[in-house]
Design a protein around this ligand. Structure first.
Ligand code: S3P
Length: 431
């Protein structure tokens, strides 16, 4: 998916926002279900897959490697691939997950590959995957620490890898290489990042053991497994936030993996009223319906240990702080600087453009809350999470405004604006 900044979108202010929402499938789980099943024995059906730009990049790369993937709406049929093509160029688009996980996957399968991406992805750090993979004997070269990334076939051996950043993408790259290495591979994380790879590997019969922040894998053959992907809590978060700011929203069948529910911790501290209904387990992942009601919010403090479980929701949490009573401090979030945009800077600019106060610190923000923000014209910086945070901020604002470069939402949430506008029907217009 090619991103450009020419598509602007007007967002109306809404005094009340209500509705029931069925969100698209989880991005992280969809990437993994495609990649791991393509490398397994058998055929798997992936239901409620996310068909956003990033997951389509994964599909395209796996097809370039020779995998057969049939797509019917949001249901994918992934055929295990007996022999992968080598000497391939893989276009990862805007997707860090595609590039980092595939680097480990190609190293594990002995595939020679060049992985490249768009301008934003080319600016993101890739030494963080090349270095740990080299401990297993992999031959992975970056371009001054960035993409293009080159993987050359090399025999792999198990190793103990201590990660310096809490990153599920890096952890997953090592695990995907580790299941093809001779001997055992151990990954130790500084803090627990999302564990979808570990759960799926276990479901596919891999030799894997997790104990807190330590995960150990041995050489494994994977069997294909069907996956029913829960809705993405990172996408639901925008509608949950609108419930907290402007009314009452119910997001259905949302993934509640405990490594992903930091937004609920943020809600607890902000004072947001919510309840989780119909808790159940589906395909090894917890899910439930989340009901959020309009709540007065107060400023909060978040520190490094809170960050991994809400890493993608932090721009939205910062926005909620801008609408809360009092000051908020978010620290230990330096990872935000190396996302699709420098999200510490772009969040500060977004909140300022809405008429709020957000001060940039080295690893986070200080936000002075105001109960009401005027709104105005804002930029997405071609970052999907900034665009959707902007849409929430403008909907809750006094006047609304325009988002420049709004189309990038389709990276993780195709149909986002349709869903937002659909909920407008019958809703009262803002001041
Ligand atoms: C992801 C992990 C996170 C997250 C990204 C998706 C994943 O990145 O920000 O949107 O699917 O593994 P890091 O692992 O780099 O923190």
């Amino acid at each position: 998916m090619l991103l450009n900044g020419s598509d602007a979108r007007r967002i109306r202010s809404q005094a009340r926002f209500e509705g029931e929402f069925e969100l698209p499938g989880d991005k992280s789980i969809t990437h993994r279900a495609i990649m791991l099943n393509a490398g397994a024995e058998g055929t798997a059906t992936i239901a409620h897959a996310l068909m956003g730009g990033d997951c389509l990049s994964t599909c395209q790369c796996m097809r370039a490697l020779g995998a057969e993937i049939d797509i019917d709406g949001d249901t994918l049929c992934v055929h295990g691939t007996p022999r992968f093509r080598t000497g391939v160029n893989l276009n990862c688009g805007n997707s860090g997950t595609t590039m980092r996980l595939l680097t480990g996957f190609c190293a594990g399968k002995g595939i020679e590959a060049e992985l490249f991406g768009d301008e934003s992805l080319s600016a993101r750090p890739m030494a963080r995957v090349a270095s740990p993979l080299s401990l297993l004997g992999a031959d992975v070269r970056t371009t001054d620490g960035h993409a293009p990334v080159y993987v050359m076939p090399a025999p792999l051996h198990g190793a103990e890898v201590r990660l310096s950043v809490a990153s599920a993408q890096v952890k997953s790259a090592v695990l995907l290489a580790g299941i093809s290495a001779e001997g055992r591979t151990v990954v130790v994380e500084p803090q627990k990042a999302r564990d979808h790879t570990e759960r799926l590997l276990a479901a596919m019969g891999a030799d894997i053991r997790t104990d807190g922040n330590r995960t150990e894998v041995g050489k494994s053959r994977l069997r294909a497994v069907d996956v029913c992907v829960p809705s993405d809590i990172s996408s639901a978060a925008y509608f949950m936030a609108l419930g907290a700011l402007r009314g009452r929203t119910l997001c259905k069948n949302v993934g509640l993996n405990p490594t992903r529910t930091g937004i609920l911790t943020a809600f607890d501290r902000l004072g947001v009223k919510y309840s989780v209904l119909n808790r159940r387990v589906s395909g090894g992942e917890e899910t439930g319906d989340i009901l959020v009601e309009k709540s007065p919010m107060q400023g909060i403090v978040l520190t490094a240990e809170d960050v991994p479980s809400m890493i993608d929701e932090l721009p939205l949490v910062a926005l909620l702080c801008a609408y809360a009573d009092g000051e908020s401090r978010i620290s230990g979030a330096g990872e935000l600087r190396v996302k699709e945009s420098d999200r510490i800077r772009t969040v500060c600019e977004l909140i300022a453009a809405l008429g709020g106060i957000c001060i940039e610190t080295e690893d986070g923000f200080i936000i002075r809350g105001k109960k009401s923000l005027p709104g105005g014209d804002v930029d997405s910086y071609l970052d999907h999470r900034i665009a959707m945070t902007a849409a929430v901020g403008l909907t809750a604002s006094e006047k609304g405004g325009n988002i420049r470069g709004a189309g990038c939402c389709a990276i993780s949430f195709p149909g986002f604006f349709r869903m937002l506008e659909g909920a407008e029907k019958g809703a009262g217009e803002g001041a």
